[in-house]
Every structure is written in C-alpha cells, then in structure tokens.
Design a protein around this ligand. Sequence first.
Ligand code: TYM
Length: 339
Amino acid sequence: MTDIPAKKKRIFSGVQPSGILTLGNYIGALRNFVALQNSGEYDCIYPVMDLHALTVRQDPPTLRRRCLETMAVFIACGLDPEKNILFCQSHVPAHSELSWILSCFTYVGELQRMTQFKDKSQRHADNINAGLLTYPVLMAADILLYQTDLVPIGADQKQHLEIARDIAIRMNNVYGELFVVPDAYFGKTGTRVMSLTDPTRKMSKSDEPASYIAILDKPEDIRRKLRRAVTDSEGEVRYDRESKPGVTNLLDILSAMGGEDKEALVTRFAGKGYGALKDETADAVIAALTPVREKYDQVLADKAYLEGVLRSGAERAAVLAEKTLRKVHKKLGLAPYKL
Ligand code: TYM
C-alpha cells in the first residue's frame, strides 16, 4: 500500500509595500516566513499587500515600483518562489470580492474599536477614509480565502487576526464549515521590536530614520543607529520592559538575531557597559542583513524574473482563492455562474 502524504498545514502572511522595510518587519515577520518555509511542514502563501497600502495616499509610480522591490526583499531574505506562492495581492481580485462579503458580517463597532484604526485616524485626521476602518476586513479576506491554518505576524497585528477569527467563527455558525479558523504564529522573540529613539514605541518606518534600522541599511548606518540607541543612565544590563525599555529592546534584538536566550545574554553582559551590548547587537544585525542587501541588488536587477514570479504566484493563488470564493457564493445563496 502506498503512503498518501498527510495534507500540509497552510500558512499565510504578507507585508505592505510601503517603502522601507525595517528590522521590525524582518524579526517579527520575514525571518519567521523563511523558517516556516524551511521546516517543510507547511504550504506557504506570502503576498505583497498592495491594496492595504491604499489607505494612505500613494504616489502611483512609487507604489508600482515598491511592489517589485518588496518582492525582491522577500526573495533576498530567503523566500523561494518555487517552494511558496509569492504574489501581489491586487493581482488576485478574489481578495477584494471576499472582503465585500465579509464586511456584511462585520460590525462597525468592532472595527471602530481597533487600536490601529484609532491610532491611524488620529495621525491622519485629514484622511479618515472608509478603507482605514474596513482594513481588518480585507485582511480577514486575505487570510480566510486560503483556508489558512497559521498566520505568522508581529504583535501589532494580533487584534486584526482576532477579528478574522471572529468573522470566520460567526459565518461558520450560520453556514456550516465555511472557513478554517486561523491561529496566530509568533516567533519566540522579537514580536515587538521597539524604536531606537523612543523604546516605548514600536519600531516603524513612518518615524524618523534614526529610530529604525532598514533591512537594506548599510553596515555603518546600522552600527551608528545602534550606538546612538536610547538606553538609560543606570549602566546595568537587565531585562525589564517597564523600567529599562531601551536595554530590553537591544537584548530582544540580539537574542532574535543570535539565537541566545535573554537570560544567557544578561549573565554574559553582567558588569559590562551598554557599549559592549550595542556593539555585539550591531555585529549580529549586520551579519544577518548584509547577505540580504547583497542579494537584493541582484534580484531587483532582473525585472523579468521578478515579474515572472509575480505572474506564476498569482496564477497559483487564484486557483486556491477561486475554490473558496465559489464555496462562499454557493453557501450564501448567490446565483451560480459559469466562467
Ligand atoms: P506591515 O506591513 O505593517 O508589517 C508586516 C509584518 O511585520 C510585522 N512588524 C513588526 N514585528 C515586530 N516588531 C515591529 N516593530 C514590527 N513592525 C511590523 C507586522 O506585525 C507584520 O506581521 N496588515 C498587515 C499586512 C497584512 C497581513 C494580511 C498580514 C495584510 N493582510 C494578512 C498577515 C495576514 C500590515 O500592515 O503589516
């Protein structure tokens, strides 16, 4: 009797093409995407989320360029287009179609309660568009469309994943087994990489450049930014998010990059100053990001290859997406159609 291989679990996650990707994106997301790919235990789907980027006004030629650039970062980080489905969200219209359907099962109140909505509407008070509010519905559509089991994300996306789960459960209760209810996947460390200039805030590309490390930063910039990272005046290396957020952030980054757990790091750095911690963190970050930067230039130079990756990824994604969309249409009572 031949063994039928067990169906692999499905992973889905993505990144917005909003320009600079940071060390936060790398540690909280991309590094885990690669580890999950390499485990061989999952079928992985990783798109560039360009529709989500539209909630903020974008310059069209720049956005167009950034989709390819972000895909080049994915590949440079180690994602293999042969092993995963890599594509661009807007190339598979089913994301938007399912989003509309899900929005009819989502309450305005629950969207208004989202931390990111409250935060973003404060920061973009001149452009509180409906997309900013319905953003988590599109994200739920992304995830549920592929019957996803696991979603590797940073801590800032946790609330969005919870709403995706709520919508799936709500619809399953009405229509039977419509969607797989997804779980979040968080890395062991680095689910929330903090700003280097204000370590009580998340590291984000929308803040000043000194506050973040870009994945494509040069080694000398990485070292300079880490040397200037805000710490405290105590001089003792201890792990305490409340009273020592700067040092704790450095320990988290070093632990995520070097694999040594934070307790071992605290013991090893006992009696040493913050300078030593900053230097070793810089060494570890530079060692991890240098090959990415070098490969990025090479990948981006081959536009035809990148476009081919996006095309074949979208074709494969569309087949899976269409399957779910048809099931949803059928269960909800939309009139049958033939293509
Ligand atoms: P985005 O593009 O803001 O970020 C991409 C991923 O990087 C993680 N991340 C961080 N992790 C740790 N520390 C940080 N400082 C940090 N900054 C960012 C994010 O948690 C995320 O995992 N809405 C999503 C994109 C998206 C998506 C999806 C993700 C759209 N649809 C479906 C998963 C599944 C976003 O804006 O991520």
